[in-house]
Design a binder for this molecule. Structure first.
Ligand code: PLP
Ligand code: COI
Length: 340
């Protein structure tokens, strides 16, 4: 079946793989890891995840390297963030070693779905935790299901590493100022669907959200963080309402390694006029270069990529990140976990 997959043209979508792994929290403890080939789960109709949104997830990737080895990128960082998300929604935190063990196991079990080196595709790992206790009152669950599925994926934006256009719209917020934006909570994505669809209808690939309190500063870019190059510096928003992107954190480190100054701070909308490069960054988006940003409410266009091509800093960062993930360059920061 896997030899029918056209790896180089894979979209960012779901393809059935052989196995998923599961673990349940009951009677105050996590149980045994269960390997399943069932794509369905059985859930009580009054489960807290269904009624009150007790659902969190993660997203990370495994790559087939130049040496044939499989590497998972920044596994421990994702484990840590999943724990923080769980704490945010009063869910049972998954012990980080259990998270890592289950991710490694599910990749190994689905080894034949790890796209070949050079295809540009990867195996997307999607850990998911839901509250399973039946409750009608608004209260946290005491039982949880942790599940990890995998699926091979290609680029998130159709343009891949080509420039894409995004827009600013002030009529929508995906999160509240002191809300759940800093955690990877399903409800944040539900709250982003209207804005995202509206942007797609207008021909944009994503919405660049502004801070929900003042609508003054840049926040993040659909399901990705935002960074730009201004005066030769890597600038990226500091905000309590965005997800702390592990890709962004990695790119900031790589920028520093390359001698590029990094500023994580409030960025006003009008600063876009002085940016020479911009990109959406995340596990799915990697570093997707942005061509133009249209501020729809003010009918203003920020043309970032004057020649319509990805800029030199974004390109260098993208190449370096990929080279590390594919084992082409030394993993000096210890970001890869090799799946034996
Ligand atoms: N912001 C949001 C809202 C996301 O969904 C994601 C994707 O995970 C990111 C940012 C990027 O985070 P990371 O680089 O850790 O994947
Ligand atoms: C990721 O980059 O892993 C994400 O979570 C984005 C996803 C919501 C498509």
């Amino acid at each position: 079946m896997d030899n029918q997959i056209d790896w180089a043209s894979l979209p960012f979508g779901y393809i059935k793989t052989d196995y998923n792994v599961r673990c349940e929290f009951r009677d105050g403890k996590w149980g045994q890891i269960e390997v399943s080939s069932d794509e369905n789960i059985s859930l009580h109709m009054a489960a807290t995840s269904l009624h009150y949104g007790q659902e969190i997830f993660e997203g990370l990737k495994a790559f087939r390297g130049v040496d044939g080895k499989i590497r998972i990128f920044r596994l421990e960082e994702n484990a840590r963030r999943m724990r923080e998300s769980a704490e945010g929604l009063l869910m049972e935190p998954i012990p980080e070693d259990l998270f890592c063990e289950m991710c490694k196991k599910v990749v190994k079990l689905n080894e034949r779905f790890v796209p070949p080196y050079g295809s540009g595709a990867s195996l997307y790992i999607r850990p998911l935790e839901i509250g399973t206790t039946a409750r009608v009152g608004v209260k946290p669950a005491s039982e949880f299901l942790f599940l990890v599925l995998v699926t091979p994926v290609g680029p998130y934006f159709k343009t891949g590493f080509g420039c894409t256009n995004i827009c600013i719209m002030r009529d929508y917020d995906r999160v509240a100022p002191k809300g759940t934006g800093r955690w990877k909570v399903g409800g944040n994505y539900a709250a982003s669907l209207q804005a995202g669809e509206h942007a797609h209808e207008l021909g944009y690939s994503a919405v660049l959200y502004l801070d929900p309190k003042e609508k003054k500063y840049l926040d993040e870019c659909g399901p990705a963080n935002f960074f730009a190059i201004k005066d030769g510096k890597y600038i990226t928003p500091a905000s309590e309402s965005i997800l702390p992107s592990i890709t962004n954190k990695s790119l900031m480190q790589l920028a520093k390694d390359m001698g590029v100054e990094v500023e994580q701070r409030h960025i006003t909308v009008d600063e876009l006029a002085d940016c020479t490069e911009a990109a959406a960054c995340g596990t799915a988006a990697v570093a997707s270069p942005i061509g133009e940003i249209h501020d729809l409410d003010n009918n203003k266009k920020y043309i970032i990529a004057k020649d319509g091509k990805p800029g030199p800093v974004t390109t260098a960062l993208y190449n370096r990140l990929n080279a590390i993930r594919l084992g082409e360059e030394p993993d000096v920061h210890g970001w890869n976990t090799i799946v034996e």
